[in-house]
Design a protein around this ligand. Sequence first.
Ligand code: ZN
Length: 352
Amino acid sequence: MSLMENWAEEKRSAYLYRVLAQVERDPVKSALFHKLGEAAEAQAQIWAQQAREAATPVPGEFHPSARVRLVAALIRWFGPRALRPVLAAAKVRGLSIYSAGYSAGPSAAAGHPMPASVQDFGQRHRGVNSGGTLRAAVFGVNDGLVSNTSLIMGVAGAAADAGIILLTGVAGLLAGALSMAAGEYVSMRAQREMYEYQIGLEREELEEYPDAEAEELALIYQARGADMERAREFARGLLKNPQHALDTLAREELGLNPAELGSPWGAALSSFLAFAAGALVPLAPFVLNVNAANAIPLSAGLAALSLFVVGAILSLFTGRRALWGGARMVLIGAGAGVVAYLTGSALGAGLA
Ligand SMILES: [Zn+2]
């Protein structure tokens, strides 16, 4: 990157930090963004100075682009929390104060303002991550179940014959599973690209300005309720170990967990399979060529049974009772199926 581009990047972050400091009502968070904004401004001055020394065109005044002004407007409308990935991509740091499970502000002093050790840190995240993957898979199965059951009931409501229902169900399975896989692939890919670029910037900054990075990190811990002296000491210690330093920066500054950045293809395949598994359930009687009169009730019954199991499994993540979780899922799925069936039969009667 040219000196001009480096300068513009820092000015852009400084601009967004000012917006965040304005919008953020919590004085502790607002102060964090104010200080990070000052640091970005100082870094921009360094680039400008280097440009002068290198006799390259010296940057003049900073004018935020339409894109940056749009981000600023979005921060004002939706709040910083909703814009975490956008902000990370715009080189705004300190986003871990918005991560789930981290309480910021004065109350954080009583909670977990800082991880007690590096090991503690890694383990805490790993637990969340593995739970997240299983949960995502169960939701994928649920999507396939509800979507394809509704599709099949809709077509069945229009009194289509078993051959057409089979064709529709297979098409629905493929359409849904491919769409889930494509969405997952694109989103993982985009997240990974953003991460790689931003962590590259952090790596360069860590090499060139280790003290500034330690200070940035300490400010984040302070915003999460730690005493500044202790936060400084802790930040310096963490950054001494180059292996953990980048991981820590990714988590604290980008609000990202590097361990969650799976492979885009892997994510695409698992969401394809999860959706397909769910979608296959209501389709099974038609695939197995069950007698037409029995196929529809059998399909609905299998779907209800699987919805119950999915709901019961999901209750593991909420700590609610499995029976209730299962029953609720069956009710929701049955509602969707009945709406689809009635719509299909009204349309079928109209078209006939
Ligand atoms: Zn940094």
